[in-house]
Write a protein that binds this ligand. Structure first.
Ligand SMILES: [Zn+2]
Ligand SMILES: [Zn+2]
Length: 245
């Protein structure tokens, strides 16, 4: 049985290492390649690894890095041209923002090095529609975990009820209670505003870190282009100018 295709998070980690290595250092014997192989094996992404021994072993990680050599225009020599469409997409996405790539890779690593967090994340469901999230599955799950902290969520709702007397979406004003009557009473989602790549270093969620949003707006905030709350308000108002693709 073959192992699953490389996931976005894994490619993010591999690409980050690729940008930090001289082409001549890309091989299975490089300690950094071996270390990355170990990190990738720790990611809470695949429940089943059909070929456990070969799964992202140093050889496989080395091959993935040399796939990037084949994609990279700035490199004259040859690489392994058997790269996937997703490899090329992610390469082109981050070639202009290596800083963000490096922050994402660092946060993914910090998260999986924390055994308590890693366990908590493995209990969060995989949602196919979330696969394309810019920051990758691990950080997205971390974000969900933070948003589901019941204690802070109920404090946030209580604060809004006290101030406004209602729970409405901070972006579009949708009120579940108004729309659905009793059924929607007390319902609203909480969005964590701290950027995903900064999440791992934050241990305590403050009320101001959260925004109350309806399910539609929440989905849009997590779309592939990861727009901010203010961007989304402008898009909604019909002035799409703040949209940065
Ligand atoms: Zn909304
Ligand atoms: Zn959210």
């Amino acid at each position: 049985m073959r192992n699953p295709k490389w996931h976005r998070d894994e490619i993010i980690l591999a690409l980050d290492l690729y940008f930090k290595l001289e082409p001549g250092k890309i091989h299975a014997g490089n300690p950094q390649v071996i270390e990355l192989s170990e990190v990738i094996n720790q990611l809470p992404i695949f429940d089943i690894k059909p070929d456990e021994l070969k799964f992202r072993n140093p050889n496989g990680v080395g091959l993935k890095l040399s796939n990037f050599l084949a994609i990279d225009d700035s490199h004259d020599g040859k690489g392994m041209s058997s790269y996937s469409k997703l490899d090329a997409e992610i390469f082109n996405e981050f070639i202009k923002d290596k800083e963000l790539l490096s922050q994402l890779a660092k946060t993914i690593k910090t998260t999986v090095n924390n055994s308590t967090l890693k366990l908590a994340l493995s209990h969060i469901e995989n949602n196919e529609e979330d696969e394309g999230v810019k920051e990758g599955q691990v950080l997205y799950k971390l974000h969900k975990l933070r948003e589901r902290n019941k204690k802070i969520v109920s404090k946030k709702k209580a604060e809004s009820l006290k101030k406004l007397g209602k729970l409405e979406c901070e972006i579009c004003g949708f009120d579940f209670h108004v729309k659905y009557g009793e059924l929607g009473y007390g319902f609203i989602e909480c969005h964590h505003k701290v950027p995903l790549h900064a999440l791992a270093s934050i241990t305590e969620t403050k009320l101001d870190d959260l925004a109350l949003v309806c399910s539609n707006c929440h989905r849009m905030l997590h779309s592939k282009n990861s727009v901010s709350i203010s961007d989304l308000k402008i898009i909604q108002g019909g002035l799409g100018t703040a949209f940065k693709s």
